[in-house]
Write a protein that binds this ligand. Structure first.
Ligand code: SAH
Length: 255
């Protein structure tokens, strides 16, 4: 039997309307959907009747399904001839382990297509009124992880990032905010640098906390910012305040 195809699909940053038409079509056509915690579950309503829905995220108090097991499941379903959707939050190739899944499938000769999604940095920044690049304020942006999967992995080069990049968006970083802040200050970022924390970006429960490198760790603690959240560091974070000040006049919608 010919193996079925696997689609590694980006679900977008949270708001279910931010998925692409192509991704939606693949969800509608799938025999099996393996979905993550960060993929909005509302999207599963588009699955065809009888489609098998497999949750791969972390249950409260438990571990998420190990990556190896996910890779194996994707292959097993495909080898049964099924059309498989691997639905992931944001974009599958941005801190999503989609690359590992694609490599594993390719190594087994299983056809696989990657469908991009709006990554949370892009979605959340837009919905918080923060342009990641902005004339005069930022000519470059870097997506950085605050967490390493294994201790053996090299940490991000905070020394270079602090100096060479205008806007930093840090994924998986709120738990390590104090450490990240200290690294950036140590490597010469001024403590007046604006910082925004965006929790559950693009969703109805989005929350944004703004401050500077001088006080953001204290603000995060007092406001109890929780995952999923992003840290945006750079002068562009203050554009949000400018937009908010003008919001009523211009009827802009910033969360
Ligand atoms: N592939 C995903 C990222 C997965 S890593 C993407 O492209 O967005 C998980 C991290 O993404 C979280 O720890 C958080 O930092 C960030 N994240 C995902 N969804 C988010 C959201 N709605 N709001 C804020 N941060 C989010």
């Amino acid at each position: 039997m010919r193996p079925g195809e696997v689609f590694i699909v980006g679900a977008g940053p949270g708001d279910p309307e931010l998925i692409t038409l192509k991704a939606l079509r693949r969800i509608r056509e799938a025999d099996v959907i393996l979905y993550d915690r960060l993929a909005n579950e509302e999207l599963l309503q588009y699955a065809k009747p009888g489609a098998e829905l497999v949750y791969c995220g972390k249950a409260p108090g438990a571990h998420s399904m190990p990556q190896k097991q996910i890779n194996r499941k994707l292959a097993v379903y495909a080898l049964e001839g099924k059309t498989v959707v691997r639905l992931k939050g944001g974009d599958p190739f941005i801190f999503g382990r989609g690359g590992e899944e694609a490599l594993e499938l390719a190594a087994q000769g299983i056809p696989c297509e990657v469908i991009p999604g709006v990554t949370s940095a892009v979605g959340a920044a837009a919905s918080a009124g923060i342009p990641l690049t902005h004339r005069g304020l930022s000519a470059s942006v870097a997506f950085v992880t605050g967490k390493r999967c294994q201790d053996s992995e090299a940490p991000p080069r905070w020394d270079l990032l602090a100096q060479a990049v205008d806007t930093l968006v840090i994924y998986m970083g709120v738990g390590k905010l104090a450490e990240i802040r200290a690294e950036l200050l140590r490597h010469g970022k001024p403590d007046s640098t604006p910082v925004a924390l965006i929790e559950r970006g693009t969703t109805a429960s989005q929350r944004v906390v703004t401050g500077t490198l001088a006080n953001i760790h204290k603000l995060a603690e007092s406001t109890k910012v929780m995952n999923p959240a992003l840290i945006v560091v750079g002068e562009v974070a203050k554009v949000r305040e400018q937009l908010l000040a003008l919001q009523t006049e211009a009827d802009l919608r910033i969360g």
